[in-house]
Every structure is written in C-alpha cells, then in structure tokens.
Design a protein around this ligand. Structure first.
Ligand SMILES: [Zn+2]
Length: 232
C-alpha cells in the first residue's frame, strides 16, 4: 500500500475533490474521511495521545461566512444551514456509545506532512466524542476519539506490521525524514520519487523505534520489497 501521496493522487484515490477536513460518507462510500494536519502552524490541535494509540481529532470551526472570528466562538453543532459535520459525527459517535449501532463509524485519515505531501494513515474507528469547554482555547470544541481499525483481511501479517509501524510515526518525524531524504528513495543510487514509503531501518519487531528520525527512511516500493525479501 502506498504511504505517501500528492494531493492529486489523494483525489484520484478517493474519486472526488477532497476539500474539507471532515467528510461524512462522501460518494456513498462505506467510510468517512478526515484530513489532518499537525504541523506547528496547523489550524487545529489534532494528534495522537501520549501512548500513541488513540487519535484525537478536533471538530470544525464555524465558517467565516457566519462569523468573522471563527476561533473565538464555540465550534457549532448547528448553523442556519442545519446540522454541521461536527453534529453529524457527534451523532454517529453517540449512537455507537449508546449501542444504537453495532459497529463504529469507519474513518479514513489522511495526514498532511508538507506542501502537497500527504500520508494515508488508513482506517480508524470513531469510538468516542467530547464536546466541552477547552481552557486552552477559551471556547467549546469537539474532540473526536479514533482508534486504529485492526480488521485488515486483505493484508499479510508482515504488511500489517509495517502499516502499524508507519501509522505510529509522529508527523514531526515524518516531516524531518521527508526533508532529510529530499522526498526521494534513500536506497543507494536510486533516488526515485515514485511510490514512496516510510521504512524502519531496525524493524519494529526487533525493537526499532518509530519516534526517532534516524531509524526511519524513505524507500520506493521496489526497494521496500527488496528489503523485506532480505529479512525473510
Ligand atoms: Zn528505490
């Protein structure tokens, strides 16, 4: 599976122009889509919790059409247009918590690493939501709680391990590795810019860390495969 993609590739993968942060079941898909960005100047406070297991995704601000200072008012549940995305996802999270639905809503998450560089973080389950006053922000915000979806019938054990590894690399580390490797495969004399993956130098199963840039490198699909052959 391809880890890193340009915005156009993301659009081709999903089949529509993904513009908003939160997209409820677009194009009648079986999943919803969240775009996230955890760079320093990112507009929302998204990120993994301390254990790196749960993803906390902040809801949407009111649009500038409705209020000139979106960061100074509560994130809306309703607007004049009706239920917001916050409201829609709040409902499906509550339905799951209150057992009005058997399975949580599936959310595909894409993370922005750099300009026109996106990472596919795979599917998550929307298991919980909070809508409360945030001291940090001085207003009420939605916090959607997502856990990695572990059902991956079509993946081998090795692919799952690799995928989970990549999913846990903090965005900051991805950004550093992306810049250090110049957005190219770091295999000697390759330099390909196509089909790039974040690869661990010391495997995760052997104690390699995903929290240190020195243990992470960019590899193209071909050299990523070559490497896993060698391990077998
Ligand atoms: Zn390569």
């Amino acid at each position: 599976m391809k880890d890193i993609l340009s915005y156009n590739e993301l659009v081709n993968r999903e089949g529509f122009n993904v513009q908003r942060g939160m997209n409820y079941r677009p194009q009648n898909k079986r999943y919803s889509i969240f775009l996230m960005s955890v760079r320093e100047n990112a507009p929302y406070n998204d990120g993994f919790d301390e254990k790196g297991e749960k993803l906390i995704y902040e809801g949407e601000d009111i649009s500038r059409r409705e209020n000139n200072n979106p960061k100074e008012v509560d994130q809306p549940f309703f607007t004049r247009q009706g239920l917001t995305n916050n409201g829609k996802f709040f409902k499906v999270a509550e339905d799951f918590k209150l057992k009005r639905r058997g399975k949580p809503e599936l959310i595909k998450v894409y993370e922005k690493i750099s300009n026109n560089v996106w990472s596919d973080k795979g599917l998550f389950n929307l298991t919980d939501v909070n809508y409360q006053f945030s001291k940090e922000e001085g207003r009420k915000v939605f916090k959607f709680i997502l856990s990695p979806d572990t059902a991956k019938e079509d993946m081998t054990e090795e692919e799952i391990e690799e995928f989970e590894f990549s999913r846990r690399i903090p965005t900051e580390i991805k950004r550093v590795v992306w810049e250090r490797d110049g957005g190219k495969c770091s295999y000697p004399d390759c330099g390909s810019t196509k089909d790039l993956h974040f690869d661990h130098i010391i495997p995760w199963s052997k104690g390699g860390s995903s929290k240190e840039a020195k243990n992470v490198q960019l590899l193209c699909g071909k050299h990523n495969l070559k490497k896993s052959d060698k391990i077998i």
